[in-house]
Design a protein around this ligand. Structure first.
Ligand code: SF4
Length: 358
């Protein structure tokens, strides 16, 4: 149903709802079944710090936000969460924080990675810490980091400028270069975009799809825009599309990425679940194959306040995993434990790199 090499106009047409969503999602599931299987992999999410040096206009963690109780977890606290998740069968964890260039932060993360390599064999650590200097990525990789998620947010430089302050910290070019560096230095590389922000068109989202395909990424973590009260967004943009419109746009983006790539891991994100109570199932039925239960200790969880109404389940990790397994079985999907769930695309890409350099 999707042309082999879709044009921007063809993608925009489908994103606008010009085709059948049922057919689109079924085609995406067929591709997933062929390339990876009817499985769901888990990444245990640990929000290790809510500090950030940047000031993205839409984000509740932005540097200038007043009144947010900032925290950074000590490595020992992170070890304990990791060990608990490992005992339950998790073999991949995502360490996430705002963007900080300070060496203390990176050394703390490196200590966690080294501990994990020694104590939790067979685990793949995913990092989402924003842009770093190249030697920062190298140091984290040498310490045991294997996957890095750096969302481009907007492939359009003009939209990127609109929603990020015009200061020395924000550069669309530099962000693209960082993604390219991650890809060629051997990281499993992920990116993603923000979907349904006011003023964004289906043409912009079509460009995002083409960008993700052309960057040859291994993982996708994208989600709908969710408002964060108290950020400057209210002053610069009109209202966002209603939550269901943003949800459906995200599902169409998920299906289209699945159809335009081969063997990549695609997450059904917390933001999708925030806008729609069955957002995880809907994301999986549109071609996603990864979920990221939040393992951040309760004492910190509410303070990682990215946007309003963030979906949280205040239950033990054991019960959360059991419940997710039941929910996914009901839609014909098997939750996989004790397997880090490498994307086949990464193996292919590394073999290709070796051939080109060999
Ligand atoms: S989106 Fe990321 S970099 Fe921007 S303010 Fe929020 S946490 Fe910081």
């Amino acid at each position: 149903m999707l042309p082999r090499d879709p044009s921007r106009d063809e993608l925009a047409f489908l994103l606008e709802g010009g085709g059948s969503d049922q057919d689109l999602f079924a085609a995406a599931r067929d591709d997933l079944h062929r390339d990876i299987g009817d499985v769901v992999y888990m990444r245990g999410l640990i929000e290790i710090s809510n500090r950030c040096g940047k000031n993205c206009l839409y984000c509740g963690l932005r540097r200038d936000r007043q009144g947010l109780d900032r925290y950074s977890m000590a490595p020992e606290e992170v070890f304990s969460v990791l060990a608990g998740g490992y005992r339950l069968g998790l073999r991949s964890f995502l360490l996430q924080s705002g963007e900080m260039q300070g060496i203390d932060h990176l050394e703390g993360v490196a200590a966690v990675l080294r501990w994990c390599r020694e104590e939790l064999p067979g685990t793949r650590m995913v990092l989402s810490l924003g842009e770093l200097p190249e030697d920062g990525y190298d140091m984290l990789r040498a310490s045991g980091g294997e996957r890095y998620l750096l969302r481009i947010e907007f492939s359009s430089p003009s939209l990127y400028r609109r929603f990020h302050p015009d200061d020395a910290l924000h550069s669309h070019d530099r962000r693209v270069e960082a993604l390219q560096y991650l890809g060629r230095s051997g990281w499993q590389t992920g990116t993603g975009v923000l979907i349904g922000i006011p003023g964004q068109t289906c043409g912009d989202l079509a460009d995002d799809l083409l960008f993700m395909r052309d960057m040859d990424i291994d993982m996708v973590g994208m989600g709908p825009y969710v408002e964060s009260p108290g950020t400057p967004m209210a002053g610069i943009a009109g209202p966002a599309p209603d939550p269901e419109t943003r949800t459906v746009l995200t599902l169409r983006m998920t299906a289209l990425v699945r159809l335009m790539t081969e063997g990549v891991n695609i997450a059904a994100t917390t933001a999708l679940q925030t806008l729609s109570p069955d957002g995880l199932e809907r994301g999986l039925m549109a071609g996603a194959n990864v979920v990221m239960p939040n393992l951040t200790p309760a004492v910190y969880r509410g303070r990682y306040d990215l946007y309003s109404g963030k979906s949280e389940v205040n239950d033990s990790p054991e019960r959360i995993i059991g419940e997710l397994g039941r929910r996914f079985r009901s839609i014909g999907r098997e939750l996989i434990l004790e397997d880090p769930g490498d994307p086949p695309h990464y193996r292919e890409r590394m073999m290709e790199m070796e051939r080109n350099h060999g």
